[in-house]
Write a new protein. Structure first.
Length: 524
């Protein structure tokens, strides 16, 4: 049932073939059956059933609120949800119940969408595996797909059932897993350096990072204010476009949002590529790029050319500085953002009464993991008076050069860039955690971070399966506020690949999930 798109589900509601409560109950059952994935931190069962019953009534009266009425969705646990615990997967916020909804959450609820729960992430969204959470790592649903199970010996020669699973990517891994496993139609994540696109790619779904300023961040617990945007994880481009139309637009609570009136993003079924110029950034042929990704990237460019697009090589010479530059800017903003967690206002407080200083210090030592504390330390170092110019200001200047690379590429006549999303398919968990958090981010985010530095929109679309049976994706990067074009091209591409999302069918009596493809997934 979840194999259908969001619009089809909405149509089934209207025609009385399905009720929101029936769909909600199915999703809740899927959530229970796949609880071993660890995708959800909180399942909001009572809230969901109540909202679904209200949607039932509206459909009975022939008065649905909009295209999202009755549609199950999930939210990354770094968005504030009124009266629902919001933890950021951190000891620091465990037990924190926000008194308000993030603007994006409120906009989805105002349309009648049904909240299934809050999804797992790397603590405070710092990571790229969804492995650094106090609730434990998220498992990639594709680890249990027929294709991967058949080929997993290649990945895990000494296979043992408990450890032979691959990561979701991150940091919005819970959101990606929740959509990929079919427990909801769409989920929101956040994207600061790639956290929506990376897990979407590894989980075989669509991941959209909108232009900075198109979607409100009010109520998104900040990581790097100058780069954070809410991201959309969906099973197809049309669904992502529908949700973007609902959440985009001015918010008086977020001064960085644009004032313009946003029209719904309606994507044409047929798109003519003959006037499109596609840029292939040569610097994205990065060390470590898997031959499989290189091959689908080349095939995709050829396909676009055959369809009439002009495909040209472009140079974005500052790309190679992005990882280091991101590290300086990210940690500097983290250091100032995390200062608010002092044990007084929110969540965790250490039980130390000797002095305020001692209480602060114990609260922060006990509340944050090593990754967060490490970034606070680095950030404060870069912001020291004697280092500010050498590191922080310099990184700001390099960021400008990285952004200018995009401006220049688009000025030269290119409409859209085509790049890989990741270097390869999802890593086995035990391999992934051999590296430290910073090294992992440097590897995972190499193709995604630049778009955050420049503020431009980007989307990952599934493109095929690796030889190990795991999803591969490609990324399109567009010009600021040109989401309509970006999404249309992504939809065209999605049609060509005919990628089949994972479909969960039933649970065996022994508790093992049997996930099969509805038809065999095709690659480019
Ligand atoms: N992996 C990057 C980091 O850890 C990006 C995180 C994100 O986009 N939230 O900072």
């Amino acid at each position: 049932m979840l194999g259908i798109s969001l619009r089809e589900a909405a149509a089934a509601f209207r025609l009385g073939q399905l009720t929101p409560t029936e769909l909600c109950r199915k999703c809740l059952a899927f959530i229970r059956e796949t609880s071993f994935l660890n995708a959800y931190i909180t399942v909001t069962e009572d809230v969901a059933l109540k909202q679904a019953a209200e949607a039932d009534l509206r459909f009975d009266q022939g008065k649905p609120l909009g295209v999202l009425d009755g549609i199950p969705f999930a939210i990354k646990d770094n968005f504030s949800t009124k009266n629902i615990e919001t933890t950021c997967a951190s000891q620091m916020l465990k037990g924190y119940i926000p008194p308000y909804n993030a603007t994006v959450v409120q906009r989805l609820l105002d349309q009648g969408a049904v909240l299934m729960g809050k999804t797992n992430l790397d603590e405070f969204a710092m990571g790229s595996g969804s492995t650094d959470s106090i609730f434990g790592p998220v498992k990639n649903p594709w680890s249990y797909s027929k294709q991967f199970r058949e080929k997993r010996k290649a990945c895990f020669p000494d296979s043992n059932e408990s450890s032979d699973w691959v990561i979701t990517g991150g940091s919005s891994g819970g959101s990606a897993a929740s959509v990929s496993a079919g427990t909801c139609y769409v989920a929101l994540g956040s994207d600061t350096g790639g956290s929506t696109r990376n897990p979407a790619c590894h989980c075989g779904i669509v991941g959209l990072k909108p232009t900075y300023g198109l979607v409100s961040r009010h109520g998104l617990i900040p990581l790097v204010n100058s780069m954070d945007v809410p991201g959309i994880l969906a099973r197809c481009v049309d669904d992502a476009a529908t949700v973007l139309g609902v959440i985009a637009g001015h918010d008086p609570q977020d001064a960085t949002t644009i004032q313009d009136h946003i029209l719904p993003f309606t994507l044409p079924d047929v798109i003519d590529l003959s006037k499109l110029c596609v840029g292939i950034p040569k610097e994205y042929h990065a060390p470590g790029l898997s031959s499989e990704i290189l091959s689908i990237w080349t095939k995709a460019a050829d396909m676009m050319e055959k369809a009439g697009a002009k495909v040209v090589e472009v140079s974005m010479p500052h790309t190679r500085y992005s990882i280091v530059c991101y590290h300086v800017l990210c940690t500097a903003e983290v250091a100032s953002n995390m200062a608010r967690f002092d044990g007084l206002e929110y969540g965790h407080r250490a039980d130390i009464k000797d002095s305020t200083e001692a209480m602060y210090s114990a609260t922060r030592r006990g509340g944050f993991n090593d990754v967060v504390r490490g970034r606070i330390l680095s950030g404060n170092f870069f912001l020291l008076k004697q280092n500010y110019e050498k590191y922080f200001l310099k990184a700001q200047k390099v960021r400008r050069l990285i952004a200018d690379d995009f401006v220049n590429a688009f000025k030269s006549g290119v409409d859209i860039l085509l790049t890989p999303t990741t270097l390869g398919d999802a890593a086995p968990y035990l391999d992934f955690i051999q590296e430290d958090n910073r090294t992992r981010s440097a590897q995972e985010d190499v193709f995604t971070q630049c778009a955050n530095m420049a503020g431009v929109p980007a989307i990952t679309v599934p493109a095929g399966l690796s030889s190990r049976g795991l999803p591969l994706g490609l990324q399109f990067i567009g010009q600021a506020f040109c989401e309509q074009q970006l999404l249309s091209v992504a939809k065209w591409f999605e049609k060509q690949t005919n990628f089949c999302p994972l479909v969960l069918h039933k649970t065996h009596d022994n508790g093992h999930i049997d996930k099969r493809q509805s038809k065999s997934a095709s690659s480019l």
